[in-house]
Design a protein around this ligand. Structure first.
Ligand SMILES: Nc1ncnc2c1ncn2[C@@H]1O[C@H](COP(=O)(O)OP(=O)(O)OP(=O)(O)O)[C@@H](O)[C@H]1O
Ligand SMILES: [Mg+2]
Length: 598
């Protein structure tokens, strides 16, 4: 057996480099993080050949004193923590005191720095782990780190590098994460001498738009929640616009990009109700909390965290995002119809900032009058009361002016082809998908009543239908679930089921079609806790059957009542499948459509 001996420093650092710097992007991340820890307000990143040939990061941070330059590249040397208790509350991105030592062991490395208030800058080179003497350098302020020929002295590692394009893609992603996490810092990025990014210091929305695209920023619901010293803010893309392909999922914990199962799960849950299953959510969220409540000393790359109270964090995040997505229909939908059709280059102003009724009065009053005519003639109908479970808004039935701020969706004008409701609001024209909107309202209402158990509406005349074996079985096995959902269904004979009652909120639905749809779901899901496990799917099925069908003509009063219900319903902006339920077409959109100067 060979003798046991302590490893030389270079070898120790090269081994550590295997964990910390698996590829150029990881080195880039470490170097930029150091700049941010040094309080830089501007970070300039220059990459050559996917980061394999060169990574250079220049910052305007606090800088390093001449005497400390050698320590900066020494292993286990850090200015960020000093005593064991510091590990309990890490407030900086770095703390292990090993990143530069590791990088310098596997590259041609140089660090130049001018400490704040010093007349000169100094530079230190490390060649494959061998530290050269400190020499004077020219640098206005801050620190510049250069990493060249990564893994030149560790051929085994070098072999694992992928193509330049792949390594560059990883570098770009590392840059994106850091620049997103720190919108208050200005960044530039260039690759192979091509300038690619120039990010001015600013707010999160602008940074998200610059790095994740205008579509992301425009279609995202704003998340803003705070409780018990924990805050979550940022943007969650509305389900209707969630990408089917590429997704952007960024969560930053105290300014650090993390991959965390607790958070990922909380976010999936938050979207579960409103997102079609073949789509993936996109978000950029910043979680801030006392550093004592989260452990970042979990993994050498520091992309994993452990929350001291992960249950509470899960609940907090899920609710905050759910609430943001549930923003009631009173909010402006993400994209105006004109934009969807590609008509408008400019963005529609948000409802609150929208142009009021036109001063010349040419257009708006004509529509108001039409609406008024219809409204005046209409009586709040019993059909609506049965269908929607509420009395139509009396004020709406009297034909109030269509400019009231408490009615963001405005007032109904007409029904189009039995599918769409047209309404006029302050900003212009509102188009509502009648069935989708009503489906959402019914769903939310069912969900609210299910807590107790849904009241049964007995049928005047029970309806019998020929049932398949599995439908018979479902009635037998799931009698409790059926009762809780508001059904009274029983075998009427061999191969025959009878519907004697259906859920009261769906009194207008076709009893047999509704019962069959639910029985189908029940036999599909099965199990003793089917209601607990599949409540939402079952409610969605029922809501679809209970919602007003296309081609059903509604009176203006009924349409107005639908609009009021949408305003009062959470998540009314999307149907249960994540499609939008309404669109705003502003006067400006219409003017553009007719090339009408204003
Ligand atoms: N851009 C910079 N500006 C100012 N000081 C720096 C800069 N880069 C590194 N340093 C100094 O060098 C030290 C060592 O950096 P290094 O990245 O190796 O370790 P760390 O950041 O302390 O911990 P970690 O290994 O977790 O990154 C830092 O603690 C810091 O004092
Ligand atoms: Mg560091």
């Amino acid at each position: 057996m060979a003798t046991i001996r302590a490893l030389p420093d270079l070898l120790v650092n090269q081994i550590a480099a295997g964990e910390v710097v698996e590829r150029p992007a990881a080195a880039l991340k470490e170097v930029i993080e150091n700049s941010l820890d040094a309080g830089a307000t501007q970070v300039d990143v220059d990459v050559a050949a996917g980061g394999v040939r060169r990574l250079r990061v220049a910052d305007n941070g606090a800088g390093i004193e001449r005497e400390e330059l050698a320590l900066a590249v020494a292993r286990h040397a850090t200015s960020k923590i000093a005593v064991p208790s510091d590990l309990e509350a890490i407030a900086t991105l770095g703390f292990r005191g090993e990143a530069l030592a590791s990088i310098a062991a596997v590259s041609r490395f140089a660090i130049a720095s001018r400490a704040a208030g010093r007349p000169h800058a100094w530079r230190l080179e490390v060649e494959g782990g061998t530290v050269q003497p400190v020499a004077p350098a020219a640098l206005a302020s801050g620190t510049t780190v250069t990493v060249e020929e990564l893994f030149y002295n560790t051929p085994a590692r070098r072999k694992f590098l992928r193509t330049e394009a792949t390594e560059w893609a990883h570098c770009e992603e590392a840059f994106r994460r850091l620049a997103l996490a720190h919108p208050g810092v200005g960044f530039t990025l260039q690759h192979n001498a091509r300038a690619l990014q120039r990010l001015l210091p600013g707010g999160r929305h602008a940074r998200v738009a610059a790095l994740l695209g205008g579509a992301f920023a425009d279609n995202a619901a704003r998340v803003d929640a705070e409780a018990g010293g924990v805050a979550l803010s940022g943007f969650a893309v509305r389900p209707a616009y969630a990408a089917q392909g590429a997704t952007a999922q960024y969560v930053f914990v105290n300014g650090r990009f993390v991959r965390d199962r607790v958070l990922a799960h909380a976010l999936r849950e938050a979207y579960r109700d409103v997102l079609h299953h073949d789509r993936a959510p996109s978000y950029a969220l910043w979680l801030t909390l006392d550093p004592r409540r989260v452990d970042v000393n979990v993994h050498p790359q520091k992309t994993e965290v452990r929350f001291r109270d992960s249950g509470a964090i899960h609940e907090f995040v899920r609710r905050a995002v759910e609430r943001a997505l549930a923003a009631s229909a009173a909010e402006q939908p993400a994209v105006s119809a004109a934009e969807k059709l590609g008509l408008a280059a400019a963005r529609t102003p948000p409802l609150a900032a929208a142009t009021g009724p036109r001063a010349d009065g040419g257009f708006a009053p004509a529509l108001t009058q039409q609406g008024g005519l219809g409204l005046g003639a209409a009586e709040p109908s019993a059909f609506y009361a049965r269908l929607f479970g509420t009395r139509p808004d009396a004020a709406a039935a009297e034909g109030l002016p269509a400019t009231g701020d408490d009615h963001p969706l405005g007032f109904a004008l007409a029904q189009l082809h039995g599918v769409y409701v047209l309404a006029q609001n302050r900003a212009g024209l509102v188009l509502v998908d009648m069935h989708a909107a009503h489906e959402r309202i019914v769903y939310e209402r069912m969900k609210a009543t299910l807590g107790a158990s849904v009241p049964v509406q007995p049928l005047l005349v029970p309806v019998a239908f020929a049932a398949a074996g599995r439908e018979m079985a479902a009635v037998e096995e799931q009698s409790d679930a059926l009762a809780a959902l508001g059904f009274d269904v029983a075998p009427f004979g061999p191969g025959t089921l009878g519907v004697r009652g259906i859920p009261a909120p769906l009194a207008d639905a076709d009893p047999v079609a509704l019962a069959r749809a639910v029985l189908h779901d029940l036999s599909e899901y099965g199990g003793s806790d089917v209601l607990a496990a599949h409540r939402d799917e079952l409610l969605a099925t029922m809501a679809c059957h209970g919602a007003v069908r296309a081609n059903r003509s509604l009176t203006v009063a009924e349409m107005n009542a639908l609009l009021r219900d949408m305003e009062a319903t959470e998540r009314a902006g999307q149907c249960n499948h994540g499609r939008p339920t309404w669109y705003q077409l502003s006067l400006a959109d219409l003017d553009r459509l007719f090339m009408r100067g204003r």
